[in-house]
Design a protein around this ligand. Structure first.
Ligand code: NDP
Length: 285
């Protein structure tokens, strides 16, 4: 069994983005810029935004934190999105979710220019992913694909089981595995016999949000196991959806929590911002 080191893979990706961005910024005279909108004072969201700013600094991007009070109206938020859409110095826009209850998340996401939508949540980008003609992939599933690639295991022809079907993780995850010719099963809370499904998985991705729910007896020997979950166990310690200690004895490759998918999500955001920047300055690929 090998533990997939997400920190290491993420550092490699960020290193590449940094080198390429430095080269282009120097020659074009424009630096990539990511604008992050944060509304209200949810402490977890504030940490996520701080981390994004830190990541931008690490790869040499400009970050613009747009911090709005809890009392912000939909109209004010929409006005800010419009300004950022029109601002040529801003290449990527991200609205930190969840928004306070009185605000309409969908309306905000739909208002972001799809070419600056580095989260890839806009329906245009979701549609592009469906047909396989995309600029951006949602950061977490894209990061999972990078981790699978880092093992050298080829997805083609493999039984891939994704547990979870959210719009931000499970559904796009299944789609990406399908694009690489995996035979994909998507499980959810109404799946009749979850264990029967997961036991067939050569590649198992857990994105549920339930601490340690995937046990060793649910995993096929030699499977690649990717744990997206971020939960707290009974002692308040960060843990995934997979019971790591048990499952590591059965898997061929497994991601830890923390240090697996988490750092990849952050790295892929930097990659998406760089993609948006390249598109804006007219460079393909
Ligand atoms: P959601 O709550 O949006 O989706 C959870 C999914 O799990 C749903 O599709 C749900 O099914 C399914 N589910 C719930 N219970 C069961 C069950 N008993 N058996 C099978 N399926 C079940 O969560 P997210 O997709 O947003 O996130 C999933 C996890 O990943 C969370 O722990 C989150 O914190 C983490 N996460 C981690 C990231 C990272 O960077 N590492 C990034 C994003 C998320 P149904 O649709 O039927 O309700």
């Amino acid at each position: 069994m090998e533990i997939i080191n997400g920190k290491e893979v993420a550092a490699r990706i960020k290193g590449q983005v940094k080198a390429d961005a430095e080269y282009l910024s120097y020659h074009v005279g424009i630096t990539p810029c990511l604008a992050v909108i944060l509304v209200g004072d949810d402490p977890a969201s504030a940490v996520y935004v701080k981390n994004k700013t830190k990541d931008c600094a690490e790869v040499g991007f400009i970050s613009r934190e747009c911090i709005l009070p809890e009392s912000t109206t939909q109209e004010e938020l929409m006005k800010l999105v419009k300004e950022l859409n029109e601002d040529e110095t801003v290449h990527g826009i991200l609205c930190q979710l969840p928004l306070p209850k009185h605000l309409d998340e969908r309306e905000v996401i739909n208002a972001i220019d799809p070419d600056k939508d580095v989260d890839a949540f806009h329906p245009v980008n979701v549609g592009r992913i469906m047909i396989g003609e995309y600029d951006f992939l949602p950061c977490t599933p894209a990061g999972v694909m990078e981790l699978i690639h880092s093992t050298g295991v080829c997805v083609e022809g493999k039984n891939c089981v994704v547990v979870g079907r959210s719009n931000i993780v499970g559904k796009p995850m299944s789609m990406l595995l399908l694009h690489e010719n995996g035979t994909v099963t998507t499980c959810h809370s109404k799946t009749k016999d979850l264990k029967a499904e997961t036991l067939r998985a050569d590649i198992l991705v857990a994105a549920v949000g339930k601490a340690k729910m995937i046990k060793a007896d649910m995993v096929k020997p030699g499977a690649v196991v990717i744990d997206v979950g971020m939960n707290r166990d009974e002692n308040g310690k960060l843990c995934g959806d997979v019971d790591f200690e048990e499952v590591k004895e059965k898997a061929s490759y497994i991601t830890p929590v923390p240090g697996g998918v988490g750092p990849m999500t952050r790295a892929m955001l930097m990659k998406n911002t760089f993609t948006a920047y390249k598109k804006a300055i007219g460079i393909k690929g």
